[in-house]
Ligand binder design. Structure first.
Ligand SMILES: *[C@@H]1O[C@H](CO)[C@@H](O)[C@H](O)[C@H]1NC(C)=O
Ligand SMILES: *[C@@H]1O[C@H](CO)[C@@H](O)[C@H](O)[C@H]1NC(C)=O
Ligand SMILES: *[C@@H]1O[C@H](CO)[C@@H](O)[C@H](O)[C@H]1NC(C)=O
Length: 343
């Protein structure tokens, strides 16, 4: 049955020449955090990985490297677990310092431009799709992975990330909910992140992982994503398994700025979030919202499904030169979780 569904999805979705599915690996939550990334890393050439990572590190502001070097010995006490230990283990495997490991993890936090969409079809099914756009897109395409986090032989949650990065910007708790995160631009991002990290707030992508692990249902996830202190402004897009379970959360560091749920009774059957507050117009130089809405309007609630959502996420400039991957998910049908690396 499962295999059949996978095949069906494969045939239904037209894959452009060049787009490909990233590798999918298991990460065991029962293995100590220092070692749990080993089975993933062994599929990659350490020297090659180090070279890519170095490019990201070189692009980080010098004062940031300086601060991190200065506090290197204290990072172990400052950073929350299990993320500190995971970064520690990964850095060791790649012959990087813990500071360098942290630096790439913070650099990847800056997930520049993204589009996330949550929809409800006429039967009440919830679907969720996202494009992740980022600088260094050529290098990061080869590092994109789908991961299954395993405990007791079960998938606790699934997510998509770049090798070397312990956070998740995209993830699914099977049969419960799906989450994506989009950057909400603020200029002094780096300074705030470092300052806040020292007060033990979580980077937004680490909060996604915590939520996928700990929240048992849509409403618990909504609360956690809305109220937990974080190190950067962000939009969280959350999808559930029941009608009306779809919402865009606009976040500041300490709590919600706005909560914008689906309202299918009023024909508001989709929510689109790019990187701008939904109550303001996007800047004309970067309007991915209008084309996405036009494509959704043209599709109609009658015809929306994961296949149609992929088409919407393939309309230019929703899909653009910086798009690294597209993920499609539906928490009620968790085996549909699928990422395409875009080329
Ligand atoms: C690891 O890094 C150190 C310091 O940068 C260097 O001296 C050493 O040769 C490296 N080892 C390997 C195996 O690359
Ligand atoms: C990953 O874990 C799942 C659940 O335990 C298992 O069914 C699957 O075979 C594992 N895959 C690999 C490649 O080990
Ligand atoms: C999409 O349809 C809605 C409802 O009819 C309308 O309010 C909105 O302006 C349309 N948006 C675009 C971009 O076509």
């Amino acid at each position: 049955m499962l295999l059949y569904l996978h095949l069906l999805l494969f045939c239904l979705i037209p894959v452009d020449r060049g787009d490909f599915s990233p590798p999918r690996f298991n990460v065991s939550l029962e293995v100590p955090p220092e070692q749990r990334w080993g089975p993933v890393l062994k599929h990659y050439d350490a020297a090659q990985l180090r070279k890519i990572v170095q490019r990201v590190i070189d692009a980080a502001p010098k004062w940031l490297s300086f601060i991190i070097e200065r506090f290197e010995n204290q990072l172990g006490q400052i950073l929350p677990q299990p993320y500190e230990a995971e970064i520690q283990g990964m850095a060791k495997a790649l012959n990087l310092s813990l500071g360098e490991g942290l630096l790439i993890n913070l650099a990847y936090e800056l997930s520049s431009f993204c589009t996330s969409i949550v929809v409800q079809d006429t039967e009440g099914n919830i679907y969720h799709g996202r494009n992740l756009d980022f600088a260094f897109s050529d290098a990061l395409r080869s590092l994109t992975v789908d991961l299954q986090f395993i405990k007791n032989g079960q998938i606790v949650y699934t997510g998509t990330t770049f090798v070397g990065f312990v956070g998740l910007w995209t993830g699914q708790r099977p049969n419960k909910f799906t989450i994506s995160g989009n950057a909400r631009v603020n200029r002094d991002w780096w300074k705030i992140a470092v300052a806040v990290l020292f007060q033990r707030s979580l980077p937004p992508s680490w909060l996604i992982r915590d939520t996928l692990l700990e929240a048992e249902d849509f409403h618990t996830a909504l609360k956690k994503l809305t109220y937990s202190p974080i190190t950067a402004n962000v939009y969280y897009i959350l999808g559930g398994v029941r009608p009306t379970e779809g919402v865009i959360i606009t976040r500041s560091l300490n709590g919600p700025v706005d909560i914008w749920p689906l309202n299918p009774m009023k024909e508001q059957w989709y929510r689109v979030e790019t990187n701008y507050d939904h109550w303001n117009n996007p800047p004309p130089s970067d309007d991915r919202r209008t084309p996405a809405m036009q494509a959704l309007n043209a599709t109609g609630q009658n015809n929306i499904n994961l296949h149609a959502l992929l088409k919407v996420l393939t309309v230019k400039p929703v899909l653009n030169n910086f798009t690294i991957y597209t993920t499609l998910m539906c928490a009620a049908q968790p085996y549909y979780y699928r990422t395409l690396v875009r080329t």
